[in-house]
Design a binder for this molecule. Sequence first.
Ligand SMILES: [Fe+2]
Length: 261
Amino acid sequence: MNIQEFDTRCRTLFDSFLTFYSGWNAGQLRNVEIKRQHSLRVSALCEKLAVALGLGPEEVALARAIGLVHDLGRFPQLMKYNTFNDAVSVDHAALTIEELERGNLLQGLDPGVAQTVKTAVLFHNKLALPAHLPEQERLFSQILRDADKLDILEVITDYYQNRDREPNHTLTWELPAKGISEKVLQMLREEKPVEREWVKTQEDIKLMQLSWVYDLNFKASYRILGQNRYVDKIFSVLPKRDEVYEVYRQVRIYVENKFMN
Ligand SMILES: [Fe+2]
């Protein structure tokens, strides 16, 4: 199977998945739709980044396919556990790989390419990539991680700016609204991505999302970040405290440098 065929099979599997998992209640249906739209946008962003990186048509198709299927595990996760919270259910990335194997999606694919798909999916939701990865696995993992973060930034900044919308538990994690954790500020000062376990409030979530600027891999990703003004949009909904202003300023300088280098 070549990569174009793989891309087509990914699309077919993606569509059939949503038919297979039927019988959702109204609340679940809304969450299914959120993940369906997220997957489609991440796929488009992966494609956009791959093109910006100057990759060839086969690699662009691979990036697009990986983006589309990266969160397939979300559907069985919602079905079995009725949550998107990995901490109280299972690692949805591992679940995605199980589903890809169950759907025979990786069979007949060049073994190196199949491994690239698995690695990119498995590490898309982890704090960092392993230090040593073969070049192709690293590249596609980085593309997926950036695309996933950029789409989440789009969704959350849209939500923050349109407060009349129904609150979405995938965005608030059902945490208390106010308070900033010292550990979260400390990671930002160290220019490192904030780990989920330190996030205790909704304001911490916003700061964690701001910290993602320290974990983007490509100039093209910073360009998308800048064009959409995600950093300023998050800052505008944070409390106006000196510590917050300081980490925001640091983020701004870091991003500006990414454009110049
Ligand atoms: Fe995911």
